[in-house]
Design a protein around this ligand. Structure first.
Ligand code: AMP
Ligand code: MG
Length: 343
């Protein structure tokens, strides 16, 4: 790293111009968006984009999202936008929403992993927006983390793993949402949610009248199965320790089941809602917050704390799938490598 830019709690944005130039020139910049931190490079420069894959250790068949700051950029990288797609763009740009569109020829193959489509998002975070504006090109940026690890929602969590791999780090404090964007692809006029996020199925349905939730969101993909979003097949968000996700609609049942399982292990760790934590006072615990909004903000940092404790098992309390709860459960199920029980 050549430069660390501290923009926490600041209303001025000094240094972003230089970071934008760095991106334009083919460098790597770690920067905050409203969802999670991104590892950004010039999205129209294949060599620069390849640096992202090697920095993360990301598989080359897992495409990247291009981040834009205005609709003029959109028209350069996407074509044949349909009415339904147009409506979604109008409703959810800028924000935590990615749409998969037919790409134009200027989008390098390495960005889309060879697909004819490209994922596009217009972030609402001020630092991200200004950075793209200064770069003057779409910024290819996956979540900032080594592949397989939880995404970075603050600089401290990812500093050690990425500091030697980027040119500039922009620190904007904790990200607002804490989970990656909702990814949507419109097929035969119906929006399909490929990855859930803060923009929910209900919100999408309100705009275009219908919505499908891809079945892989909470289910394992079988080997060789054709899936729309390549990223869904990889191990993700997972601590090194073995994790188990437990959920029940009834609080007493949930607490009892977690205790029962914890008692069969030597050194268990329980990740629980603040309200339930006193029920687990005889065990090691980590508090993940109470509301779905708090949990989505905290969950990646919480998952990163797990390995420091070296537990024999991590038992994680599941949440309801309402609203952003579906996105939380999608990440937790993957963190637990599909070890999930509902009682
Ligand atoms: P990340 O950048 O790590 O937040 O992950 C981006 C997600 O978007 C991954 O799950 C990708 O598989 C998905 N994605 C990106 N581009 C496309 C595309 N063209 N078609 C389908 N999924 C995509
Ligand atoms: Mg990621």
């Amino acid at each position: 790293m050549e430069k660390y830019l501290d923009l926490r709690n600041k209303k001025e944005y000094k240094g972003i111009e230089e970071a934008g130039q760095k991106i334009k020139a083919g460098g790597l910049v770690l920067f905050p968006t409203e969802t999670v931190y991104g590892l950004g490079a010039n999205g129209l420069n294949s060599e620069a984009v390849e640096k992202i894959y090697s920095a993360k250790g990301r598989k080359s068949d897992n495409p990247l999202i291009l981040h834009i700051s205005n609709l003029e950029m959109l028209s350069k990288i996407a074509q044949g936008i349909t009415k339904v797609e147009q409506k979604l763009i109008q409703a959810f740009f800028p924000g935590p929403f990615t749409i998969i569109l037919k790409r134009t020829d200027i989008v390098p193959d390495v960005v889309t992993a060879g697909l004819e489509t490209v994922g596009i998002r217009m972030p609402s975070g001020e630092i991200a927006r200004r950075l793209i504006e200064e770069a003057g090109v779409p910024i290819a940026a996956p979540s900032a983390n080594i592949s397989g690890k939880p995404s970075g929602t603050n600089v401290q969590d990812i500093y050690e793993e990425l500091k030697d791999k980027v040119d500039i780090i922009i620190d904007g404090g904790e990200t607002e949402v804490g989970l990656e964007s909702t990814v949507v692809q419109v097929i035969d006029e119906i929006p399909h949610i490929l990855r859930p996020g803060k923009i929910t199925a209900e919100q999408i349905k309100e705009v275009v009248g219908n919505v499908e939730i891809d079945k892989h969101i909470l289910n394992k993909t079988e080997k060789d199965q054709k899936i729309l979003s390549p990223g869904m097949k990889y191990r993700h968000y997972a601590p090194n320790s073995k994790c188990l996700l437990v959920y029940s609609k009834e609080k007493d049942k949930l607490v009892n089941k977690i205790k029962e399982i914890a008692n069969t292990y030597d050194n268990p760790l329980i990740i629980s809602k603040s309200d339930n934590i006193e029920n687990f006072s005889e065990f090691k615990t980590i508090d993940m917050g109470n509301t779905l909004e708090d949990i989505s903000k905290n969950i990646f940092t919480v998952l990163r704390k797990v390995d420091k404790e070296k537990p024999s098992i991590v038992i994680i309390e599941g949440v309801s799938r309402d609203g952003i709860g579906l996105a939380i459960m999608n990440r937790l199920i993957r963190a637990c490598e599909y070890n999930y029980i509902e009682v």
